[in-house]
Design a protein around this ligand. Structure first.
Ligand code: NAI
Ligand code: MG
Length: 491
C-alpha cells in the first residue's frame, strides 16, 4: 500500500482538540471516536465541543474581526495570505487526500483530483476577490448635489457548518469565501469526517493568518452545531447538509435574524435526447450518480431517457456500471468507496427495498458486498415512476431511477423533471441547440449543465426550492458574507 496512508494515519491520530485563537484546546475532555468507513475501525477521536468551546471560539473570532491586524489589512495582503494557503494545501496534497480517503472513504485518486484539487481551485478563486469586491456609483435623483455609492462590508463572524460527503472541498470553499469577504470564522466540521478540517487549521496558522481569524470547534450537530447557530455573536451562518437540518438552522436563526445561506439536498434530473453523444453521456450519467457512491448533493439521481435510445443506453450503462470496482479507497483501481456510516448504508438499503416493493425493476446492483465496510453496489432501477420514494426522496447513495420519454412537448418533459421539492442541478445531453437552450430555460434548478459537468467556482451554485437559500461560488458567494452599505454625500 502507498506509504502516504501511514503518514496520514499518524497525522490523523495526532489531530485532536479545538483550534481557538491560534492554539489547540482540549475542551471538556469528552471525545467522539472517528471511523474509517472502509474498515469500521477507529482512526482517532475528536473533542466533543459544546457551548463553552463555541463561546470561546466566537469571542476569539470577534476579537480578530475587530482588530486592525485583520479589519485594516490591505486587500492585497488578504489576497497574498489566501494564495499562500492554497500553496500550502497543494504542497500537502497527497497527505490531505490520504486523510480524506481514510476518514471519508472516497477513493484516493478522487480525493487527490477532486477533493483536494477543488479545494485548491476554490481558495485561489476566492483569493482574487478581496481586491475586486467593488460597489457601485449610483446616479442620484433627490434634490441637491449628491455623490451616491455602495460598498460591500464584511458581515462579521461567520459560522461555517460542513457535511461529511466532501468535507475538505466544502470546508475550503466556505473558509476562503468568508475570509475573502473579510469575515472571521468558526468552523464546525462534520463529526463523521472531521479530520481534513482540523488539518486545515494547522495550514491556516502556517500561512500566517492572524490568530482568531479561523477557529475550529469539533463536536456533534446537536451540541456544537446548535450552540454555534444559537450564539448571539454569530452574524452569518453558512451551512451545507441535509434539508431537515437546514430548516432547523433557519428556525433557530430567527431570534436575532442571522444571515443564513443553505446548500441542501437534491433529486437532480439527467435528460438524454436521442441526438446526444452517447459515448460521452453514458459514463458521465453513471458517474453523475455513482461518483462518491452517490453521496453528492447534485447527484443526477433521476434519469430520463428518450424511448428511441432507451435500450442502447441502458445496455451501455449497465456494462459501464458493472465495471466499477467497489472497495476501500486506499486500494488501487477502486472507483467507488464505502458509504460514510452504518446508518447511511442501512438507509440506502432500505430505499432499495422500497424501490423493489413499489414495483420498479432492478437491473443492476441492489446488494451490499460483505463487510467490513459500509459498501453498497451501484444500483439501477428502470420502470420507475414519480409515485415511488426512490424517485421523490434524496437517497444520498448509489441508486439511479430511470424513466422514459417520447417525442412531444418540451414543456411536459420539463414538468416531469421539475416535479420535485428540490431544484439543485439538472443535466441535459443533446446536440440540438434549440433543445439545449429550451431546457436550460425551462428547468427549475440552480444549475443546468449541458453535455458535461464540473465544479466551476466562478459560476454561482445553489438551489431553487428546498435545495437551499442563497448561492455559493462566484460574486454571489463572496457577497453572501457581506452587507451592502449605501452612502450619500451632499456637496
Ligand atoms: P446533517 O445535515 O445533519 O449534518 C451536516 C452538518 O450539520 C454536520 O456538521 C452536523 O454536525 C451539523 N448539524 C446537524 N444538526 C445540526 C443542528 N441542529 N445545528 C447545527 N448543526 C447541525 O446530515 P447527517 O445527519 O450527517 O445526514 C443525514 C442525511 O442528510 C443523510 O442521510 C443524507 O441523506 C443527507 N445529507 C445530505 C447532504 C447534502 O449535501 N445534500 C450532506 C449531508 C447529509
Ligand atoms: Mg470518518
Amino acid at each position: 500500500m502507498n506509504p502516504i496512508f501511514d503518514t496520514a494515519r499518524a497525522r490523523i491520530a495526532a489531530l485532536s482538540g479545538h483550534f481557538i485563537d491560534g492554539a489547540w484546546r482540549k475542551g471538556s475532555g469528552a471525545t467522539i471516536p472517528v471511523l474509517d468507513p472502509a474498515r469500521e475501525t477507529a482512526i482517532g477521536a475528536i473533542a466533543a465541543g459544546g457551548a463553552d468551546e463555541v463561546d470561546q471560539a466566537v469571542r476569539a473570532a470577534r476579537r480578530a474581526f475587530d482588530a486592525p491586524s485583520w479589519s485594516a489589512m490591505p486587500a492585497a495582503e488578504r489576497e497574498r495570505l489566501l494564495l499562500r494557503l492554497a500553496d500550502l494545501v497543494e504542497e500537502n496534497r497527497d497527505e490531505l487526500a490520504a486523510v480524506e480517503t481514510i476518514d471519508n472513504g472516497m477513493p484516493y485518486g478522487v480525493s487527490r483530483m477532486m477533493a483536494v484539487g477543488s479545494a485548491i481551485s476554490a481558495i485561489r478563486y476566492h483569493a482574487g476577490w478581496p481586491r475586486r469586491l467593488t460597489g457601485e456609483t449610483v446616479p442620484m435623483s433627490v434634490p441637491g448635489n449628491w455623490h451616491g455609492y455602495t460598498t460591500h462590508e464584511a458581515l462579521g463572524v461567520a459560522a461555517l457548518i460542513v457535511p461529511w460527503n466532501a468535507p475538505f472541498a466544502i470546508t475550503c470553499t466556505k473558509v476562503s469565501a468568508a475570509l475573502a469577504a473579510g469575515c472571521t470564522v468558526v468552523l464546525k466540521p462534520a463529526e463523521l469526517a472531521p479530520m481534513s478540517g482540523l488539518r486545515l487549521a494547522e495550514l491556516v496558522a502556517q500561512a500566517g493568518f492572524p490568530e482568531g481569524v479561523v477557529n475550529v470547534v469539533t463536536g456533534t450537530g446537536v451540541e456544537a452545531g446548535a450552540a454555534l447557530v444559537g450564539h448571539p455573536g454569530i452574524d452569518k451562518i453558512s451551512f451545507t447538509g441535509s434539508t431537515a437540518t437546514g430548516k432547523a438552522i433557519l428556525h433557530q436563526s430567527v431570534g436575532d435574524l442571522k444571515r443564513v445561506s443553505l446548500e441542501l439536498g437534491g433529486k437532480s434530473a439527467s435528460i438524454v435526447f436521442p441526438d446526444a453523444d452517447l459515448a460521452r453521456a453514458i459514463p458521465a450519467v453513471a458517474m453523475g450518480i455513482f461518483g462518491n457512491s452517490g453521496q453528492v448533493c447534485a447527484a443526477g439521481s433521476r434519469l430520463f431517457l428518450h424511448e428511441t435510445i432507451f435500450d442502447r443506453f441502458i445496455e451501455g450503462l449497465v456494462a459501464f456500471t458493472q465495471k466499477l470496482r467497489v472497495g476501500p479507497g486506499t486500494e488501487e483501481g477502486i472507483a467507488l468507496g464505502p458509504l460514510i456510516s452504518g446508518p447511511q448504508r442501512d438507509k440506502v438499503m432500505a430505499y432499495i427495498e422500497a424501490g423493489k416493493a413499489e414495483g420498479a425493476a432492478l437491473i443492476a446492483g441492489g446488494d451490499a458486498p460483505s463487510g467490513p465496510g459500509y459498501f453498497v453496489n451501484p444500483t439501477i432501477f428502470v420502470d420507475a415512476d414519480p409515485s415511488m420514494s426512490i424517485v421523490r426522496e434524496e437517497i444520498f447513495g448509489p441508486v439511479l431511477s430511470v424513466m422514459k420519454f417520447g417525442d412531444g412537448d418540451l414543456d411536459d418533459l420539463a414538468a416531469r423533471a421539475n416535479d420535485s421539492i428540490y431544484g439543485l442541478s439538472a443535466y441535459v445531453w443533446t446536440a440540438h441547440l434549440g433543445h439545449a437552450h429550451a431546457m436550460a430555460k425551462k428547468l427549475r434548478s440552480g444549475s443546468v449543465k449541458i453535455n458535461g459537468s464540473g465544479m466551476e467556482f466562478a459560476l454561482p451554485f445553489g438551489g431553487f426550492r428546498q435545495s437551499g437559500l442563497g448561492r455559493e461560488h462566484g460574486r454571489h458567494g463572496v457577497e453572501a458574507f457581506t452587507e451592502t452599505k449605501s452612502v450619500m454625500v451632499g456637496w
